[in-house]
Design a protein around this ligand. Structure first.
Ligand SMILES: CC(C)(COP(=O)(O)OP(=O)(O)OC[C@H]1O[C@@H](n2cnc3c(N)ncnc32)[C@H](O)[C@@H]1OP(=O)(O)O)[C@@H](O)C(=O)NCCC(=O)NCCS
Length: 205
C-alpha cells in the first residue's frame, strides 16, 4: 500500500487535533469493508438527493463508492469514535497524475461545521502532493440556482461573470474558498439548461 497506512493516519490525527476528538481518524476505504462502503453510499445518497440528480438511489451511490476504490485512486473515510463513517472523499488522477480531481466529498449532516470536510481535503492534498500532483480540482454543480452562474447566458461576458461570482444557500463554494481553492471555470448547462458545473482548483505542488 502506497505511503503506509500508519503514516497516513498520523497526518490526519494532527490535522484534526483541537477541532474534533482525537479519536476521530481518517483512513483508506477498503474494497473488503462492506459496511464502510454502504455507509459512504448512504451519506452520498442522503446528502445529495435534494440537491442533485446524480445519485437518485442507494444503488447508484453504492456504484459510485465502488468506482472510487482501487489504485491509483484515493478513497478515504473519516471515522468517529465508534468507527462510524461521518465523511468520505474520493480523488482520481488525470493528466498523468499532475492533476487530481476530488470526486465526491461528503460529510454527515449532523457532523458538519466541525472541521471534518477540511480534514478530508487536507488529507487528500497531502496524499496527492506526495504522489507528485500539482493541481487539485473539483466540479461543484449548481442545480438549484444558488450561484450567480446559474440561469444566465454564460457565453456572454464570461470573465465578468467569473470575477463577480457569488453563492448562497447550501452551495459549497464558500467551503472550497476557505480552503484556498480558486474559481477557475464553469461548464454551461452541464446539468440541464441554466444548471452549470462550477470548477474550483488549488495549487498543491
Ligand atoms: C461541503 C461539506 C463537505 C463541508 O464539510 P464540513 O465538515 O461542514 O466543513 P468544515 O467544517 O471543515 O468547514 C471548513 C470551513 O468552511 C466553512 N464552511 C463549510 N461549509 C460552508 C458553507 N456551506 N457555507 C459557508 N462556509 C462553509 C466552515 O465554516 C469552515 O470555516 P472556518 O475556516 O472559518 O473554520 C459539507 O457541508 C457537505 O457534505 N455538504 C453536502 C455535500 C457537498 O456539497 N459536497 C461538496 C460537493 S462539490
Amino acid at each position: 500500500m502506497e505511503g503506509g497506512l500508519v503514516s497516513r493516519e498520523v497526518i490526519s490525527f494532527a490535522i484534526l487535533e483541537g477541532r474534533y476528538p482525537t479519536t476521530m481518524r481518517i483512513t483508506d476505504l477498503s474494497r473488503d469493508d462492506a459496511s464502510g462502503i454502504t455507509q459512504a453510499a448512504n451519506l452520498l445518497h442522503e446528502s445529495f438527493r435534494s440537491r442533485s440528480s446524480a445519485w437518485p438511489d442507494i444503488g447508484s451511490a453504492q456504484n459510485e463508492v465502488i468506482l472510487s476504490l482501487g489504485s491509483p485512486k484515493i478513497s478515504r473515510v473519516a471515522l468517529d469514535e465508534s468507527g462510524r463513517v461521518v465523511g468520505w472523499v474520493g480523488a482520481q488522477p488525470q493528466y498523468d497524475g499532475l492533476v487530481w480531481e476530488i470526486h465526491p466529498l461528503v460529510v454527515a449532516p449532523q457532523s458538519r461545521r466541525r472541521g471534518i470536510g477540511r480534514a478530508l481535503v487536507r488529507d487528500v492534498e497531502a496524499l496527492v502532493g506526495a504522489r507528485g500532483g500539482l493541481t487539485l480540482w473539483l466540479g461543484s454543480d449548481d442545480e438549484l440556482g444558488e450561484t450567480s452562474l446559474a440561469n444566465v447566458d454564460l457565453y456572454a461576458g464570461l470573465p465578468a461573470r467569473l470575477s463577480g461570482f457569488r453563492s448562497g444557500g447550501e452551495h459549497p463554494a464558500p467551503f472550497y474558498e476557505r480552503l484556498g481553492f480558486h474559481l477557475v471555470g464553469v461548464l454551461p448547462d452541464a446539468n440541464g439548461r441554466g444548471k452549470p458545473d462550477i470548477f474550483f482548483a488549488k495549487w498543491i505542488g
